[in-house]
Design a protein around this ligand. Structure first.
Ligand code: NAD
Ligand code: UGA
Length: 450
């Protein structure tokens, strides 16, 4: 069946960019992206393309070409569901905060609510596509919700996990390494798989589209994130050994990566991986392993998160040790709040942890990021510390929106995000002490690096 109308529930970092690319590549399909956060929808509809809720290189240009032609952002969820043949679920799946599995399992309430809504309002058969990252066997649960609430309408549930990385989302979507489509191995399941495959074939070569069973597709997504994060924890753990032995982690990383069986990617030392997914997906994997009584496997993957915490904590101690060796006011300027460059997303950014711990230790912290708003930085600190008064009322946090102004501060600097703006040494005035935790600057220019 050729799909002519798509609805996507969830207008976030995945829903927005993925639907924009589908709308661009398939002008004959009407794509409606809905969200229950009306501020976000208003932002997507903002005539000023500099104020979209998601910053991604290349996204503005696509929105300009497609918005209100075949791509629409709306909070009229019921009608968007009713008018579509295929519905993508791109809602958030954060780690559960309370109840069974709190702190480990993914919170599926957003997915469940979306499924209940689809079942309630649908009047025609639909293909439901899991775009969110979900624990293996969630499709079964979604199908249960859909069938128990609907009036003899048939639903096919596909798993089509997203592999884009923030900051390079558009490029990743244009040139995906692979697209997974998991579906029931039944005649109607195969039909649904083919309908989604036809959409991707508009720009993805057939040999990169892998059709597989739903459970393999769901698990492959969790496993891919776990393997990527594992590489980062491996290199970060070795950075500690390099410091003890005089080896240089950059040289070691390069040497390891030249082995074509290993490859050079994801071997860059850092203050620890951030982002909304690596930690949550590994914890979810750990929870699943424990559920199936695979404790050894669970412990193995948990270590990846523990090493990440260790790395962030090491950075805090390094900064503190430096200050205890000199008689200087404990003031530091943090360059970079986003969890990586080219995104305005700061979820789980190492900067949040490092700043919070430095504040606890009596530091004055100045903060600058080219894309993360001051409001978001404050919210991050308030959420993390669970005590708004401490953060907002004390005067130990100064947020700068002007790069040159923060550079003129007399403090010590710490680079925590690899924004291109921070690589140009000419910009960073002489006689500054710079802790380069992203290994971006010339060795001679910095006081401390890994
Ligand atoms: P997000 O928080 O940016 O966006 C999710 C959106 O869904 C929010 O705007 C929220 O308001 C909306 N929403 C939640 N429940 C809703 C409901 N019932 N009805 C309507 N709207 C609802 O999250 P995200 O970063 O886009 O991630 C979404 C999913 O994709 C997660 O499962 C994540 O693990 C996965 N993923 C994320 C990335 C990434 O780079 N961010 C990459 C691949 C996969
Ligand atoms: C990651 C995966 O790369 C995507 O494939 C996946 O779709 C996505 O998670 C998801 O499921 O959400 P993302 O978190 O957006 O993408 O960004 P990455 O480029 O993977 O970076 C994650 C973190 O690891 C960042 O903090 C980054 O600075 C850090 N990192 C990355 C390192 O510390 N070293 C490296 O060598 C690479």
């Amino acid at each position: 069946m050729k799909i002519k109308s798509i609805c996507c529930i969830g207008a976030g970092y995945v829903g927005g960019p993925t639907m924009a690319v589908i709308a661009l590549k398939c002008p004959e399909i009407r794509v409606v992206v809905v969200d229950n956060n009306s501020d976000k929808i208003n932002q997507w509809n903002n005539s000023d393309l500099n104020n979209l809720p998601v910053y991604e290189p290349g996204l503005r240009e696509i929105i300009k070409k497609t918005r209100n032609k075949n791509l629409f952002f709306s909070n009229e969820i019921d009608s968007a569901i009713q008018e579509s043949e295929m519905i993508f679920l791109a809602v958030n799946t954060p780690t559960k905060k309370t109840g069974k599995g709190a702190g480990m399992a993914s919170d599926l309430t957003y997915i469940e609510k979306a499924a209940i809504k689809i079942a309630e309002v649908s009047k025609t058969n639909k293909i439901i596509v899991e775009k969110s990252t979900l624990p293996v066997r969630t499709a079964e649960k979604i199908k249960e919700i859909l069938t128990s609430n609907s009036n003899n309408i048939s639903f096919e549930v596909l798993s089509n996990p997203e592999f884009l990385a923030e900051g390079t989302a558009i490029d990743d979507l244009f040139k995906s390494d692979r697209v997974l489509i998991g579906g029931d191995q039944t005649p109607s399941g195969f039909k649904a798989i083919n309908s989604l495959k036809e959409i991707y074939l508009k720009w993805i070569p057939e040999n990169k589209i892998l059709t597989l069973n739903v459970w393999s597709s769901e698990l492959s997504k969790l496993a891919s994130n776990a393997m990527l994060a594992q590489r980062i924890s491996s290199i970060n753990s070795l950075s500690a050994l390099c410091e003890k032995t005089g080896a240089d982690i950059d040289e070691v990383s390069r040497a390891i990566g030249m082995d074509c069986r290993i490859g050079p990617k994801f071997l860059k030392v850092s203050p620890g991986f951030g982002g909304s997914c690596f930690k949550k997906d590994i914890l979810n994997l750990v929870y699943l392993c424990r559920f199936y009584n695979l404790d050894e496997v669970a412990d193995y993957w948990l270590k990846v998160v523990e090493i990440n915490n260790y790395q962030m904590h090491r950075i805090v101690l390094k900064i503190e040790n430096y200050f205890s060796s000199i008689s200087q006011k404990k003031e530091i300027s943090i360059l970079g709040w986003a969890f990586k460059k080219d995104t305005n997303d700061s979820r789980e950014s190492a900067s949040i942890y490092i700043t919070s711990k430095l504040l606890e230790r009596g530091f004055v912290v100045n903060i600058y990021d080219p894309m993360v708003t001051s409001k978001r930085i404050i919210n991050d600190l308030v959420d993390y510390n669970n005590n708004p008064k401490d953060i907002i009322l004390n005067k130990n946090v100064n947020i700068y929106t002007d790069f040159n102004k923060i550079l003129s501060s007399k403090s010590v600097f710490a680079i925590l995000t690899e924004w291109d703006d921070f690589t140009d040494l000419n910009n960073i005035k002489k006689n500054k002490v710079i802790f380069d935790f992203r290994n971006m600057l010339d060795k001679k220019a910095v006081e401390y690096r890994f």
